[in-house]
Design a protein around this ligand. Structure first.
Ligand SMILES: Cc1ncc(COP(=O)(O)O)c(C=O)c1O
Length: 446
């Protein structure tokens, strides 16, 4: 069969050259691109977004409850009243008015920041990128929970960092494991640049770091002189409790804090922020200027106007109560349909449930059969940098309706039942135990 061709004029070697789908730049990319893997979640989106598939995979916020007419009015006023400012370049650190409002938001979690300490970013994802750019050289170690947020692992990989996982349990990161891991990494002659942690309603593990452990983690990092990067997009989305005190609240010099409006308002504006000690903040602003000149002015002023004109606290409560209903639907369906040999977290907020499969099942191997049965999830290995997580999966309840969640879990239980029957009939066919680096496997997350 002939090779597929594209028009000659698009060919980078000039007119007349024959173009194939082979990448002619393959030997020219920077080494770091080898670490930029396509996200497992993104690869899934294409299939999972078909209407017949119940996607329990992606963590898209469910913004159907936003009062769009009122938001439209606010945006219209923004264009009419301040359009020339909103559509102009602006400060690399971010709009001063928005930074002040961000301080009010963070006060809900005990953070007493000054607007000067805040850098506005293009979502907290860009905050992660800037922090890593500012701190990490190739080979530097970043400590991450086991498991950890797939988007953060992607950033750390792209800057050629070595990710070393630290064990968690149902109270979050284990302080003793943290201390031990720092010692082991240092004994191996490596530099720990920071601990990356998601203390509230963890993505993907769905657990929350207890108050006592927050103090312990901060003390351990202070003793060991390790910076803490606290990523907190879900902290205000608790179902039954008041927001917990942020780690940053008790260690402003030791902690860089990341926040986001993606889950409490809407992700499409791409507005997040970083709060950092002064010297770090200066570096972040310079990095922000080289990356984007300034974060998008229009988005910032839109978020700022939303915060000024709307009951944003009430909207967060309404999001949380919707997500609680979704969580309840998922937990009830898991209780009803899943085998007792599987276990899962019971989240008190956020978007996710972390499932540990019955012994011997491999979530990655099972995925294609699940998609055939019209249900999708994210296999646990996506959340580890070291190959662990084969027996786990992340289920998201944020986006689908409760009815679809119930149906998705029912389908998934059917797939799992068939897998278990096959195993019983033919014995184990999956891979053996995952390999371990320094990390401890996340087997006790139940
Ligand atoms: C833990 C965590 N951090 C950061 C992000 C990035 O969020 P955004 O860039 O939309 O603020 C996400 C998104 O899902 C997340 O779950």
């Amino acid at each position: 069969m002939d090779e597929p061709t594209i028009p000659e004029r698009a060919h980078p070697r000039g007119r007349g050259a024959r173009q194939t789908r082979l990448d002619i730049y393959v030997d020219r990319y920077a080494t770091r691109t080898q670490r930029m893997k396509a996200s497992e979640i993104r690869a899934l989106f294409a299939v999972a977004s078909r209407p017949e598939v119940v996607s329990l995979a992606g963590g898209m916020p469910n913004i159907s409850g936003l009062p769009l007419d009122a938001v439209a009015e606010t945006l219209g006023e923004l264009v009419v009243d301040r359009g020339t400012q909103a559509m102009q370049y602006s400060s690399g650190q971010g709009d001063p008015g928005l930074r002040e409002q961000i301080c009010t938001v963070m006060a809900l979690e005990g953070v007493a920041a000054h607007p000067d300490d805040v850098v506005v970013t293009v979502g907290s994802q860009q905050g992660l990128d800037l922090i890593t750019r500012v701190f990490c050289d190739p080979g530097d170690v970043v400590l991450c929970e086991a498991p950890s947020y797939v988007g953060a692992l992607g950033v750390f990989g792209s800057y050629e960092c070595e990710v070393v996982h630290v064990a968690m349990d149902d109270q979050g990161l284990q302080p003793e494991a943290l201390r031990h891991t720092i010692d082991i990494v240092r004994a191996a002659g490596k530099r720990v640049k920071f601990l990356y942690t998601i203390p509230n309603f963890h993505n993907p593990a769905a657990v929350t770091l207890s108050a006592q452990r927050r103090t312990q983690v901060l003390d351990i990092c202070a003793d060991a002189d390790v910076l803490v990067v606290e990523d907190n997009p879900y902290g205000l989305l608790g179902f039954d409790t008041e927001p917990m005190r942020a780690i940053r609240a008790d260690g402003p010099e030791r902690v860089v804090y990341l926040g986001s409006f993606s889950k409490t308002f809407a992700p499409g504006f791409r507005v997040g922020w970083v709060v950092a000690p002064h010297a770090v903040r200066d570096k972040l602003v310079r990095a922000q200027e080289t990356a984007t000149l300034c974060p998008p002015t229009f988005s910032q002023l839109a978020v700022s106007a939303y915060l000024a004109n709307h009951d944003w606290r009430g909207q967060i409560k309404s999001f949380a109560s919707m997500y609680r209903e979704h969580r309840d639907a998922m937990l009830a369906a898991l209780d009803e349909h899943f085998p007792t040999t599987a276990s899962w977290t019971r989240p008190a907020g956020g978007f996710y449930v972390w499932v540990t499969l019955p012994s011997g099942l491999d979530a990655g191997a099972m995925l294609s059969r699940a998609v055939t049965a019209r249900v999708a999830y994210v296999p646990g290995t996506a959340f580890y940098a070291d190959g662990n997580g084969t027996t786990a999966m992340r289920l998201s309840y944020c986006y689908p309706t409760p009815e679809r969640i119930r149906e998705g879990v029912r389908r998934l239980a059917g797939v799992m039942g068939t897998e278990l029957e096959l195993r019983e009939m033919f014995g184990a066919t999956g891979p053996g135990l995952p390999s371990r680096g320094y990390s401890s496997p996340n087997t006790d997350l139940t």
